[in-house]
Structures are given as structure tokens and as C-alpha cells.
Design a protein. Structure first.
Ligand code: NDP
Length: 287
């Protein structure tokens, strides 16, 4: 019997998740359908989309821009959250909580949220040979993706984390919420990236904004340098990476993160472990 999956976002046409999950399914001989689902950016529409999907027999969903915090709020009230999702305050993976269903809960009260983004990022960065232990890291962006990766980065041994965001209050909230996990998190305005103030401060700079989905660019000072630069966006030319590559940094787009976080979601939904290296080869070695 075909198992149905979906990725919900706005915009969503760029998502490579359907191809990736089809490769995983082929690897473990499962019959699946995995579709992109556009959703208007409001809570009512998002709730209607996920409830219709699970009522219709859906087995699992991914949630992407801009719905990760909305998905967290939904699961908090309905079917529950994993530890990673709770700490992140953001959800990228939805599934039905079988224990609640078996106890007679209606489907809409058994939608459970996990977050695999951070583990996907850390696994990919480690596979690149970039050392996280002792690293001083800056994350630009404070949305759902940034929230998901901070705790796994701290667990991987980074020693300093600066969160820079356009809406500085969101970066401050994030730093406050995660202060129990680390006293090394600070928050600042994204405008600081356009000045010389951050020069020489970081080993790794990560772009976790959604600016790569548009033609806009981040304000980056010509002085701003790092050893490693990572952009969570993938599949198009990224001025953020070009900026740092021109200054001698090693760079990576987020395609490898996408595959690793997807493998963890797939495992959560189906119980099958994916050989990620084999999947990358099948996908055309793009990470
Ligand atoms: P959200 O919508 O939750 O957050 C968007 C973030 O981008 C906010 O910090 C926002 O700042 C910032 N931002 C948006 N536009 C601009 C701009 N013009 N200038 C400066 N900052 C801007 O999105 P997510 O956190 O879910 O996703 C962020 C990105 O990460 C997306 O591109 C997504 O595709 C990518 N991603 C990739 C993954 C992978 O596996 N490779 C996994 C998860 C995400 P503000 O708070 O001020 O609005």
C-alpha cells in the first residue's frame, strides 16, 4: 500500500524533498508518494492543510518556511513534541502519535512534532571535515531553521554563538530561551554584519535567513571573514557564499543538510534507516 507524505511551505516549488524521499523509498523498497503542498501564510490555512492531510490518511509531513514555529504551536496543543522540537521551539517533521490514537484520541489531537534540522546540519558539517569542537559560530537569522540548529551545535561543542537577525528582538528572545543550554549565546542586529565590528571573530558563519529565496542580498562588510561559511539555502547561486569564498573561506550550500535532515524524518516515519552516502550518489552527488 502506498504511504503518503507531503512538504508544506510558502514558497514550495523549489523544494527538492520529493526527489530525496523517493530515493530513500527506493533504497528500502517502500512504495511512497511525496508531494509539495503550497499553503497561504496564516495559521488558519496551515491548520486546515495539516488536518486535511492526516485525515486523508497521510503518514507524515515536513514543514518548511515559514511554518516551523506555527507547527510547534499546533503540536504543543494537540499531539505532543519531541525534546529537540521543544528546545528549538520549531517543528520540521509531523507524524501521528500512535500511542494517543490507540487510546482513542481523534487524529487532530495526535499530531506530533519533531525537529531534525539541527542534527542534519551537524552531521553534514562534520562530514565536510569542519571542526565544531571549540568553534566560534555566527548564525544570521532567527527563524524556525535557526531555532532548530542551535542546540545541536552547542551539543557538538561550539564555544561561542552569536545570533544576528533583521528583527533583533527575535534574536534576543532566542538567546534568552536557550540561555539554560549555554551561557555563550549572544544576540545582535543583522546590520552589524555590514560593519567591521565582527571582523576576525568567527570560525563558522551560517546563513539561516530565507533571503536566498529572493533576489535580495545580506549586507556583508568587505572586512567580514570566516574560515567556513555555510548557507542553508541550496540549488541556486548564493551571494552569501560568493562573498566568503572570495575571501578564502571554505563554503557549502545546504543541500547536504537537507538530505541528512530528510533521512532522519524518513526514519521517524517508516522505521527504516537510510544509507545517506548511497542516497547522495543516487541523487547525483550534489551535496
Ligand atoms: P523563517 O521564515 O522561519 O525565518 C526567516 C528568517 O530569515 C528570519 O530570521 C528573517 O528575519 C530572515 N529574513 C528573511 N528575509 C530577510 C531579508 N530580506 N533580510 C534579512 N533577513 C531576512 O524561515 P526558516 O528559518 O524556516 O528558513 C530559513 C532558510 O533556511 C530558508 O531559506 C530555508 O529554505 C532554509 N532551510 C534549509 C534547510 C536545509 O535542510 N538545507 C532546512 C531548513 C531551512 P526576520 O526575523 O527579521 O523576519
Amino acid at each position: 500500500m502506498t504511504q503518503h507524505f507531503v512538504v508544506i511551505g510558502s514558497p514550495i516549488v523549489h523544494s527538492k524533498s520529493p526527489q530525496i524521499h523517493q530515493v530513500f523509498a527506493t533504497q528500502v523498497s517502500l512504495d511512497i508518494s511525496y508531494q509539495r503542498q503550497y499553503c497561504p501564510d496564516d495559521e488558519g490555512s496551515f491548520t486546515a492543510v495539516i488536518e486535511a492531510f492526516f485525515h486523508g490518511g497521510g503518514a507524515g509531513a515536513n514543514v518548511t518556511v515559514p511554518f516551523k514555529q506555527m507547527a510547534y504551536a499546533y503540536c504543543q496543543v494537540h499531539g505532543g513534541l519531541s525534546e529537540h522540537a521543544k528546545i528549538a521551539g520549531a517543528v520540521n517533521t509531523l507524524l501521528l502519535n500512535r500511542a494517543l490514537l490507540d487510546n482513542g484520541a481523534p487524529i487532530v489531537d495526535a499530531i506530533y512534532g519533531d525537529n531534525t534540522d539541527g542534527r542534519g546540519l551537524v552531521t553534514h558539517i562534520s562530514s565536510l571535515g569542519w571542526v565544531l569542537t571549540g568553534a566560534r559560530v555566527a548564525i544570521i537569522g532567527a527563524g524556525g531553521a535557526a531555532r532548530g540548529v542551535i542546540l545541536p551545535l552547542i551539543e557538538a561543542g561550539i564555544t561561542q554563538l552569536t545570533v544576528a537577525n533583521r528583527t533583533v528582538s527575535k534574536a534576543q528572545t532566542l538567546a534568552t530561551e536557550l540561555s539554560a543550554a549555554s551561557d555563550k549565546i549572544s544576540a545582535c542586529d543583522i546590520e552589524i554584519c555590514a560593519t567591521s565590528d565582527l571582523r576576525g571573530t568567527f570560525d563558522i558563519i551560517i546563513n539561516a535567513t530565507s533571503i536566498g529565496l529572493t533576489d535580495a542580498t545580506l549586507p556583508l562588510s568587505t572586512d567580514l571573514q570566516t574560515r567556513y561559511a555555510y548557507d542553508m539555502m541550496y540549488g541556486r547561486a548564493l551571494p552569501f557564499l560568493e562573498h566568503f569564498a572570495a575571501r578564502g573561506a571554505q563554503t557549502s550550500e545546504g543541500y547536504g543538510m537537507l538530505i541528512h535532515q530528510a533521512a532522519l524524518s524518513f526514519e521517524r516515519w517508516t522505521g527504516h534507516t537510510i544509507n545517506v552516502e548511497q542516497a547522495i550518489l543516487a541523487l547525483g552527488n550534489k551535496s
